[in-house]
Design a protein around this ligand. Structure first.
Ligand SMILES: C[S@@+](CC[C@H](N)C(=O)[O-])C[C@H]1O[C@@H](n2cnc3c(N)ncnc32)[C@H](O)[C@@H]1O
Length: 279
């Protein structure tokens, strides 16, 4: 399979945490969800693929926009997340799901649009995967997705990471540039080049700033959310309980600084990317 390493990640214990924290995740990225869907401007009767649909939050909103005359296909290779998405969308006849690697899957063609909320940064060969996806679009069909900017522009990841590093036995290896992962499309020049190679045209890349809302009920929920879900915590596996407790305390101090009443929100920046298939 084209993206076998990520397939394993998204079907492992981390995916179960994503299922468990689905409500908090949807709330955390709600602002960026809005930026993506507003730009997509899905219309009644359209046929749209939600790439890397995960637990189906965007799929639900796309389905509402296209209505019963339209169609939304959620494409993902995470069994646990797809199971939740199927459950959440069970009442909608216009929604279906396909289990598959977006880099290789071949849904039918003739779709009006491809959408993704943080689901396209994990491709090993982005140009090849986007080229595969482009074949599902009708001529004139559009692509809209939202992906993270670099870590430096995202305090929600780099500040907890800075707190974590002193507790690790060794400093983490720096990531290869453009490596598949949450920040795989952080470099807009790289992303543009991949989309051009994939055959897309009219590429536009817009910077969007907002907040990652870690909690709406106080600092301790924000700490729990990060201990379970932060990409940084992958580095802390195997640390003894007393070290994990010290990390919790350090996160709590950090999140106090970012709390306003019960809300804990850290600055976040994403790219909103649109393109067209004229092929
Ligand atoms: C960060 S999550 C986002 C999920 C969802 N769009 C959301 O916003 O809640 C990334 C999703 O992309 C999926 N994914 C990553 N690479 C994929 C691939 N090559 N093919 C299919 N799904 C993929 C993962 O399984 C996961 O559900």
């Amino acid at each position: 399979m084209e993206n076998a390493a990520q397939l394993e990640n998204w079907n492992g214990p981390g995916a179960l945490e994503w299922v468990r924290f689905q409500k908090q995740i949807d709330r955390a990225v709600e602002q960026f969800h809005g930026f993506g869907l507003e730009s997509m401007a899905a219309k009644s009767g359209e046929r749209i693929i939600d790439i890397g649909c995960g637990s189906g939050r965007a799929t639900l909103d796309l389905a509402e926009a296209v209505g019963s005359q339209g169609q939304v296909l959620g494409l993902d290779f995470s069994e646990p997340l797809l199971a939740l998405a199927r459950e959440r969308c069970a009442h909608l006849d216009c929604v279906s799901f396909q289990h598959g690697d977006a880099g290789q899957a071949r849904p039918e063609s003739g779709f009006d649009a491809l959408f993704s909320r943080f689901g396209v940064m994990f491709f090993k060969r982005p140009a090849a995967s986007f080229a595969n996806l482009r074949k599902t679009l009708r001529p004139g069909g559009r692509l809209t997705f939202i992906c993270w900017q670099g870590k430096a522009q995202n305090a929600w990841i780099h500040e907890p990471m800075d707190r974590l590093i002193p507790f690790l036995p060794e400093a983490p290896e720096p990531l290869e540039p453009n490596a598949p992962g949450a920040f795989g499309l952080a470099d807009p020049d790289f992303t543009r080049s991949q989309l051009i190679e994939a055959g897309f045209q009219d590429i536009e890349i817009e910077s969007k700033h907002g907040s990652m809302v870690f909690s709406t009920d106080g600092v301790s929920s924000a700490v729990e959310f990060n201990m379970r879900l932060s990409p940084a915590m992958g580095l802390a596996q195997g640390l003894p309980p007393e070290t994990l407790l010290a990390i919790r305390k350090s996160f709590a101090q950090l999140f106090e600084r970012y709390s306003q009443g019960p809300v804990v929100a850290l600055p976040a920046s994403a790219w909103l990317i649109t393109a067209r298939n004229h092929g």
